[in-house]
Structure formats: C-alpha cells, structure tokens
Design a protein around this ligand. Structure first.
Ligand SMILES: *[C@@H]1O[C@H](CO)[C@@H](O)[C@H](O)[C@H]1NC(C)=O
Ligand SMILES: *[C@@H]1O[C@H](CO)[C@@H](O)[C@H](O)[C@H]1NC(C)=O
Ligand SMILES: *[C@@H]1O[C@H](CO)[C@@H](O)[C@H](O)[C@H]1NC(C)=O
Ligand SMILES: *[C@@H]1O[C@H](CO)[C@@H](O)[C@H](O)[C@H]1NC(C)=O
Length: 702
C-alpha cells in the first residue's frame, strides 16, 4: 500500500450514514392476496410483493454497523506482529476463519508456497576522515508504558525485503527522493554515483524504485531514511500521530507482482518453479544491498556529507542540518544478509452463495499480513471486513440472500509483492475472467479522515455517493492489481485517510489507532458501510450499476493528454479518437436498452425478461475484459490491461495508457524515427482494445 502523506478532507462521510431508519420489509406474513387474484396474476406480482427490494437490505445493512465489533476484531488481530510466513500470521488467519465460519459462511484456507525474504544479519556504520566509525543500533525504541513493548521483541528487524546479500563500504551521495530526475540532477552537477552508497529519503516513489534507481545510477548500496520534515511535522507517537525519531519504514523492494519463483502461474504445491537464484537475478529485484533507517540516523549521516549544497527542495525541515550532495566525506559501511526462502502463506476464502445468479461473483478482498502489528496496514481493513461479514450474517437472518455470489477474501503476503491475491488470481484465472462482476479492495481501511477511493471508471457513479473524488487504479499499490491489470475486472480500492506517518513501522499498533487513527472506531464502521453498500448494490441489483460514460470521458482525457505530449511529432491519434467514438456509440446503445427495459417494467412490473437482463449484464461485465491484451504491455507482459497500469518509474504511480506513456518517454530521449513509430504502434494497440470493448458493450459483430 502506498504511503502518500497528507489528508484528503474533501469528501463528506455524511451521505453514508442512513438519513432515515430502514423501511419495514414487505412481510410475507401480512400478504393477503385478493380472492379475485388468479394464480397467474399472483405469480406476476409475487416477486415484488414478497421479496423486499434490494434497497431495503441496503438500508438495513447501513443501520447495523458496530464500532465495538470492529474494535474487538482489530484488537484480536494485532496482539502480535504477524509477518507473512510466520506462525503468528497463521494464528491471525485462524481468527478470520473462525469468525467467518461462526457466521455460517463456508470458509476455507487456500495455501501457497512462495518466495519470501527475511533479514539474517545487518550492520551499518558511519565514518569520515578523522572520525571513528560509529555503528547504528538499527533498533526502533519502545516508550515507557508501551503495552506492546514485550510483543515488539517479535517484530522483524528493520530491513528491505529481497535486498541483495552483500556489503559495501563507500562514500555517501545524497539523492533526495531517489527518483530518476534526482539522479539526472546529480549527473548534471557532476556528482558520480558509481560505486557509492546512495542515501535517499522516502515519500515520492515506491521504495523498490528508489533502490532500482540507485542501482541503475551505479550505486553499490542504498540507504533510505524517513525525513522528519515529511514524517514528523508535529508531535511524535505516543504524544502525537507522527513518526518517532527511531521509527523506520520497512518494506519490500520487489518490483514484480506475485511469487517471484512462479511468474504468470500459481505457486500451488509441487508446481513448476524457477530457481531462487534465478528469481533473485531478475531486473524486478533490487540487486544491491540496501537498508532503511530512521530520521535520526538519516540526519546523522547527512551532517557528515560535504560537497555542494543541495537545492532548496532537497533540503530538510527546521532544525535539520544543511543537506549537501556529496560524495563523502561521510563513508557508510553497510552489510546485509537476507534469507530468501520458500514459505507457506494462507489466503482465507469465504463464500456467500447467490440465489439467482450463483455463477456471478462480487469479490471483496483485504490482506492480513503486516510488517509489524498492522493496526492500520492492513488490519483496519480486516476488522472492517469481519464487521461487514457480521452485518451480512444478520441480513441473512432477516431473509436476505444475495442475487449473485459474494466472496470474501483475506489475502496473505501482500506486503512482499501482492503475492497471495496474485497467486489466487493466476490459479483461478479462467473462472474469474468468465464470472467476476467486480473486485472491491480495502487495504489500509482507516488511517485518517476523508474517503479516498479509486476505481475503474464504470464504477464512478456507484461510488459517487461515497466519495466525491475518485482516482484511478493504475498503480501497483495493492491487491486489486492482479484483478484489474492482469485479467481486466472492474475494481474499486477504498480507504478512509490517504497516508499516515507510522506506516510500516513498529508504531502501527492498536494504541496508535485508538489514540489517533480512529478513537471511536466510527471510521472503521464507515469504511465497512461503503464497502458493503457497493457490494450489495453489485450483488443484488437486477441490472449491474455500471456506467461506461465515465470510461469514455476518461479515455478522452487521456487522449487529450497524449495529444499535448506528441505535439509536432509524427504521431497520428485518429485511430484512438475513432475507437473512443465507437465506444461512445455503444454506451448510447446501452442507455437506450436500459430505457427499454424500464419501459417494459412499467407495463409488466413483475420481471424483466431474465435472458435479456443476463445478456446486458454479461456485456457490462465483460467490457472491461476487452481492455486487456494477451501480450501485455511491452516489456511488462504480466500487465495485460492497456488502459491502466503502473508507471514504469514509480510502481505506486497510476498511468492512463501506460504503454503509450512508456513509448513517449523513450521517444523523447531517443528522438529517432523508430522510437516515434513505436509510439504510433502503441496508439494502434490501445485503439484496438477500445474497439473490442465497444463491440462487447454493444453486443455486435463487425
Ligand atoms: C564515474 O565513476 C566511474 C568509476 O569511478 C567511472 O568509471 C565513470 O567513468 C565515471 N562516470 C563519469 C560520468 O564520470
Ligand atoms: C564493514 O563492517 C563489517 C561488519 O562490521 C566489517 O566486517 C568490515 O570489516 C567493515 N568494512 C570496512 C571496509 O570497514
Ligand atoms: C532461512 O529460512 C529457512 C526457513 O525458515 C530456515 O530453515 C533456514 O535455516 C534459514 N537460513 C538462514 C541462513 O537463516
Ligand atoms: C463506540 O461508540 C460509542 C459511542 O457511539 C462509544 O461510547 C464507544 O466507546 C465506542 N467504542 C469503541 C470501542 O470505541
């Protein structure tokens, strides 16, 4: 989960709280058909009179929220740190299984054997000419009275998963946020990074990109620190919500998706596998030793870096030393030994079977594994999932059965590289692509205030009640990735809050959540309410609440953006414009079909023709699939979605038309005829998938 800091208070939560108590059900018991009503007529109206409308159960669902239930689950899930592959995380899985089973939802564990990474030995010492080497403790301090002090002994030592084992002792270069543009600036100032230790700060790009960029610039090792300016602008935990001086953000540096030893296929027992050595040697791995350090350690290193003063926007906050570029005279000696080992992970899968369309799936997912205690990331989401499940169980006692099947998933090893969800999607790819209506993800459920939602655009209308601002699911930040980017399933990712300072540190515990994240656990209830409401609408409404006109708008916005970037270049956008127009016509056709169905309903209120409804729903469901292409993005074949994908330079960044973006970036550097021809090629590719989507949506052949 990406850690953008800052708050988004632009969205109101109030529309989610039911304004009026739910209407009473149209109870079966009080149904007294008129004596004149003949059987056939009765049958026509029976459905309407007896079964409460989906909106009744939606209101009831909203009225059943319980902050105490959410808090109790969060406390139980976060008593111990529970890193993927550990016994503590298997126990957390048991909590999820027993909760869902006790609600009578058939629940199972789906295990996989995957490559995880643990630290074995680490050391980091700082020296400079005329100054003795001092070794950093590399420990996050507990505080007096910390109820989790004893359990914190189980927290994994600070490390970067999949960093190469090895050592480097060299002068330090300061690289700001470690982006490609930061290294370009260093080169322009004549600072040679080759063979040096790069020191970068967290905050703008995925940490795997920070290490990769350091490696690509020639660095022998990378160190990433948490700058006080960005993570501790106020009182530090436990006196405030911000990152303590010794706090360290740990995390993965793998840039790929899923188990590195089973690219493209599932890691089920006895499966084919590439060797660990081969998996560690790919370009998606960091390839150099690297360590994360605290704000305090980062400043100590920066105090000893000389050379030119870094630009204003590279500087730290008040009280920080003047940041200089280096290299040296500070020397860092970093040693790291990791253990890359095959471990067992557990996804928990729970199924609430649909009554009318059991072969259509609405999937809700959240991960369970955490770097430390995981109170915000991810178990605020897990607590919301379990609280939501308890509400669904209460709906069942009131006679509710979903029209379509609802599947609750609790993923494992997300933190290492979205592994649990990806293996499951890869294993079930053919079933999921033919049957899944939508995937609804919640990772960090609560970390602050303000609803933060991203979606594929046909779900915009549905989410508008919940969130005014809807981003796009292009980035690789969480478990929606395999669903959208690998197999093209309409998806949503939502949260309350959009970033928090103690992310991936020792301090992401129940105390932090109770004091600062969500003191009354009402935000947990709100996130469960949005999540469940969207799920209920998708599972229960006769016609899927998808609206592709937002998609057309988004595709057009993307085309305008490309147009600006290729101005004056030999690139023709008319195939793209034509395909978008084609999709627009399909949207209008669907609109008129919907109107026709409603007219039909007016004359015969019992039911629409189920086959017509099914046909329309299937087209609405399958249109997103058509945006995927078998070969995938150029050079990134796992990413099959041609419209949304992560930026090549920041795994957390979302791109519209990622293939075109990659090609434009390359062409702008190379500026050759061939490089602009590949931009044109990528434009043809996206135009082709948009035309396919238009055909699926309109249900026509050429
Ligand atoms: C950077 O340093 C390396 C090793 O010292 C050297 O091989 C390389 O040519 C240098 N690069 C530049 C641009 O000076
Ligand atoms: C770097 O640190 C390691 C571990 O403490 C030590 O064995 C090694 O000698 C040091 N290297 C240098 C060049 O100081
Ligand atoms: C690596 O992990 C495996 C599995 O937990 C363990 O058996 C092995 O001893 C570990 N190796 C090292 C060097 O710690
Ligand atoms: C739940 O909310 C009520 C107020 O509505 C509050 O009294 C109670 O303490 C909350 N529970 C938790 C666990 O915060």
């Amino acid at each position: 989960m990406p850690p953008p800091l800052g708050h988004d208070d632009s969205c109101l939560l109030t529309p989610l709280i039911p304004a009026t108590p739910p209407l009473p059900p149209r109870a079966t018991a009080r149904l007294h058909p008129l004596p004149l009503l003949v059987g056939a007529l009765f049958a026509t109206y029976y459905h309407l009179l007896v079964a409460p409308a989906p909106s009744y159960y939606q209101s009831l669902f909203l009225s059943l929220g319980s902050n105490d239930t959410a808090a109790a689950h969060l406390r139980a899930l976060t008593v111990r740190p529970h890193l993927a592959g550990t016994e503590a995380n298997a126990l957390a899985a048991e909590h999820v299984v027993s909760t869902l089973s006790s609600l009578s939802f058939p629940t199972r564990v789906t295990p996989y054997e995957v490559l995880l990474s643990y630290p074995v030995r680490r050391s980091l010492s700082l020296s400079a000419p005329g100054r003795d080497a001092t070794a950093f403790a590399l420990v996050q301090d507990t505080y007096p009275g910390d109820p989790y002090a004893a359990a914190s002994a189980e927290v994994v030592p600070t490390f970067l998963a999949y960093a190469a084992s090895g050592s480097a002792a060299a002068e330090v270069v300061y690289a700001n946020y470690g982006r490609t543009e930061d290294y370009a600036y260093l080169a322009s100032r004549g600072v040679n990074v080759t063979g040096k230790v790069a020191l970068a700060r967290y905050g703008k790009v995925y940490r795997g990109d920070i290490v990769k960029n350091a490696r690509d610039a020639g660095a022998a090792a990378a160190v990433i620190f948490t700058d006080t300016k960005d993570y501790t602008p106020g009182k530090a935990f436990p006196d405030g919500p911000w990152m303590p001086a010794t706090g360290v953000q740990v995390g993965s540096t793998f840039k790929g998706v899923g188990d590195p030893t089973t690219p493209m296929w599932a890691s089920s027992g006895g499966c084919e596998r590439v060797s660990i050595a081969e998996a560690m040697a790919t370009d998606d791995m960091p390839g150099i030793p690297a360590l994360p350090v605290s704000g305090r350690d980062g400043e100590e290193i920066l105090r000893l870096i000389g050379g030119d003063v870094a630009p204003e926007d590279w500087q730290g906050g008040e009280g920080a030393p003047v940041y200089r570029l280096g290299p040296g005279p500070a020397v860092l000696n970093l040693t790291y030994t990791g253990n890359e080992t095959i471990a067992t992970i557990q996804n928990v899968i729970s199924v609430i079977e649909g009554k009318e369309e059991p072969d259509r799936y609405v999937i809700l997912g959240n991960h369970r594994d955490a770097w430390t205690f995981g109170a915000a990331d991810p178990n605020s989401g897990t607590a919301a999932l379990l609280e939501l499940a308890e509400r669904l169980s209460k709906l069942q006692t009131k006679g509710w059965r979903p029209r379509r099947t609802i599947i609750l998933c609790n993923w494992d090893a997300e933190e290492y590289g979205l592994i649990g969800s990806t293996e499951w999607v890869e294993e079930n790819r053919a079933m999921l692509t033919s049957r899944t209506v939508a995937y609804l993800n919640v990772d960090v459920g609560v970390s602050g205030s303000g609803v933060d939602a991203s979606a594929t655009p046909q779900l915009d209308e549905l989410l508008k009640q919940a969130s005014k601002k809807i981003g796009r699911l292009g980035g690789g930040g969480s478990d929606y990735s395999a669903f959208v980017q690998h197999i093209g399933i309409p998806s949503v990712d939502m949260a309350i809050g959009s970033g928090y300072a103690v992310y991936h540190s020792l301090y992401d515990d129940f105390t932090w959540m109770e004091k600062y994240g969500d003191p009354m656990f009402r935000r947990h209830v709100v996130v469960a309410s949005i999540w469940g409401l969207v799920a209920l609408r998708l599972s229960d409404e006769e016609i899927l609440p998808f609206n592709y006109s937002s998609y057309v708008q988004e595709l057009e916005n993307g085309a305008v953006d490309i147009n600006k970037r290729v101005l004056g270049m030999p690139v023709n956008l008319s195939p793209l414009h034509k395909s978008i127009e084609q999709l627009n016509r399909a949207v209008l056709k669907v609109d008129s079909e919907l109107q026709a169905l409603q007219t039909w309903k007016f004359w015969s209120p019992s039911q629409n023709d189920p086959l017509r409804v099914r046909d329309l729903n299937d087209r609405l469901m399958m249109t997103e699939r058509a945006f995927t292409e078998r070969e995938g993005l150029s050079g990134r074949p796992w990413y099959k979605h041609m419209i949304y994908g992560p930026s090549l330079y920041n795994d957390y960044g979302a791109e519209v038309y990622p293939g075109v973006d990659d090609a434009i970036q390359t062409a702008k550097k190379a500026n050759t005829t061939e490089s602009w021809q590949s931009v044109q090629h990528e434009i043809h590719r996206i135009a082709r998938v948009i035309s396919q989507a238009a055909l699926v949506l309109s249900g026509g052949l050429t």
